[in-house]
Design a binder for this molecule. Sequence first.
Ligand code: NIG
Ligand code: FE
Length: 417
Amino acid sequence: MSSLLIRNIKTLVQAENQPRQVVKGADMATLPVVHDAFILIENDRIAAFGPMSGCPERADTVLDASGRMVFPSWCDSHTHIVFAASREEEFVDRIRGLTYEEIARRGGGILNSARRLQEVSEEHLFDNAWQRLQEVIGYGTGAIEIKSGYGLSLESELKMLRVIRRLKETSPIPVKATFLGAHAVPAEYRDRRNEYIALIIHKMLPRVAGEGLADYCDVFCDKGFFTPEETEQILKAGWRYGLKPKIHANELGYTGGVQVGVANHAISVDHLEYTGDAEIAVLTKSDTLPTLLPSCAFFLGIPYAPARKMMDAGLPVVLATDYNPGSSPSGKMPFVIALACIKMKMLPEEAINAATVNGAKAMELEAGYGSIAVGKMANLFISAPIPSLAYLPYAFGSNIVETVVLRGKVWEPPSRQ
Ligand code: NIG
Ligand code: FE
């Protein structure tokens, strides 16, 4: 057995005696903390924590965290980190006045990424995604979901999902895989979109499920992409193979995406920049989690999702990065938390609950991740010296993640490996 003791912690954040599965509504403003604390880790698990008065005398490794806070690792439940190339030409096109949808209609956007992905090897994709994974671990992420969806053909979707499987097998943090064959209709199917949907249902899903390559099934249900009726067809087919839905909805308009996600028992409906009273009413009667991606709204200059309204209605908000080359080329969870506070008027405590306990729930990892609790996996980070919890979103440009601990061991950034 090996043990790691962190002592003199200024504040131990999200420290739960009774772990919560999910945090909703008004409860989101409550974040359990212990001041002047210790945490003891044995092997890869959290063994004990509490005030310094009860601190054990010794351990194999002892770290002093004076002036620093300890947080559970972020749980980033929505990313697309497997991609072949960045898309800064489209970023400049948008600066010049084109919209995301106009670029997509011209064959750019997701179709651009799909063309690039078809040209590169699985090895190249893996190496690049691995670098991104290391990057986000350095920002404090300790569990992640990754989507396919830049393949858009049987072979290329399988290629992406095999890369995700390899990341799952080699990553120091848990990875959940989502099949997103219905990310866009490929150009060659533009006039026969039903054939593409049939390909997803009859060829892709059986292979993906047969090879155990995905945990979830996603559809980009939105204006110019897939309709609610098409989405339902695909989600029902996914369920037949045991793949639960986690979908993209209401990013570009009031399109019925939230309603179709809830009706099909989605784990989460993600984006929700266009959410009104009808969507909120449907969500409050369901277990489907609303996942908000404020760095996408920031980058595309679209409205932010009404997080405050959702929490006031009693909903459990989730925050994630949406790291992808088109709408959120950043996997930095601390920036997402800062945006949630600055732009969506979430309190720091609410944003941290959304990025930890609720993020874990949106990946069905709540039993082992998302908080500091005895028996949970010791994935956490020690901050730089900071004056208060609110300093994290306030100092939005500073890197406050100083030491990352994964599975009970101090993680070495790649430059030092
Ligand atoms: O979550 N909205 C759909 N999919 C991604 C963007 C994909 C892209 O532009 O490459 C998203 O924003
Ligand atoms: Fe996305």
